[in-house]
Design a protein around this ligand. Structure first.
Ligand code: COA
Length: 197
């Protein structure tokens, strides 16, 4: 594949300082959209995280170019990536946000970072009509299962499970990928406080 425009000269993703990110002594983290130049670091974290199907470095570069608006990275004060969440709106069902991959660096786990990244992306998409969140999780991934259960509970939304891709389809001893579908979501975020009216 040609290098295309996967250069550092492309437009920077917006960076948003999220309020209230200091939890349990956690360093202040900054949330923002990834840029193409973040692709290699996402690939590195995907490899280090464990439990993820690691895709080619090319795919992370492309993802950061074409799906930055529906993805987020969290950086620590040194600029290192503490976590990322990538996803997209399904072309045939744009009210569905599909979470492709989520990874949190081992030092930052169990502090609510994955939940906050999911909240962050979904909150930007609710005003655009997103009402459902989907992801696939393998049966052995308790942390990921709990992440989506926790998100459904916080939003008072239904969570349904159904095998999307079987072991036969995935091959090479891969566990089935179970579709977790959450929704419909309320129009307002569960953590945005009471309505002004
Ligand atoms: C899955 C992963 C992203 C969770 O990140 P995290 O920041 O530690 O998760 P959070 O702290 O936001 O926790 C979310 C919920 O899951 C629970 N949880 C997190 N890790 C858990 C674990 N190992 N076992 C059980 N529950 C767990 C939390 O208690 C929380 O539930 P709660 O809201 O009821 O308290 C992280 O473990 C990871 O990067 N794993 C490797 C990659 C992976 O498996 N990604 C998912 C598949 S795409």
């Amino acid at each position: 594949m040609p290098p295309g425009d996967a250069s550092e000269s492309g437009p920077r993703g917006h960076i948003t300082q999220v309020q209230g990110t200091k939890v349990h002594g956690e360093q202040e983290l900054t949330f923002g959209s990834p840029n193409v130049s973040d692709g290699p670091a996402l690939w590195d974290l995907a490899k280090a995280a464990g439990n993820l199907d690691v895709n080619s470095r090319y795919s992370y570069l492309l993802w950061c170019r074409d799906f930055a608006d529906t993805s987020v990275i969290a950086r620590d004060p040194s600029g290192s990536i503490a976590g990322f969440l990538t996803g997209y709106r399904r072309p045939s069902a744009p009210d569905v946000f599909f979470t492709w991959q989520v990874a949190v660096a081992p030092d930052h786990r169990r502090r609510g970072l994955a939940r906050r990244m999911l909240d962050y992306v979904v909150d930007t998409l609710r005003p655009k009509g997103v009402r459902f969140v989907e992801s696939t999780v393998t049966p052995d991934n308790k942390a990921s299962q709990r992440l989506f259960e926790s998100f459904a509970e916080a939003n008072g939304a239904n969570l349904t499970l159904d095998v999307l891709f079987s072991e036969q389809e995935l091959g090479t001893g891969h566990e089935p990928e179970v579709l977790h579908r959450i929704g419909p979501l309320p129009g307002r975020s569960a953590h945005s406080g009471p309505s002004p009216d």
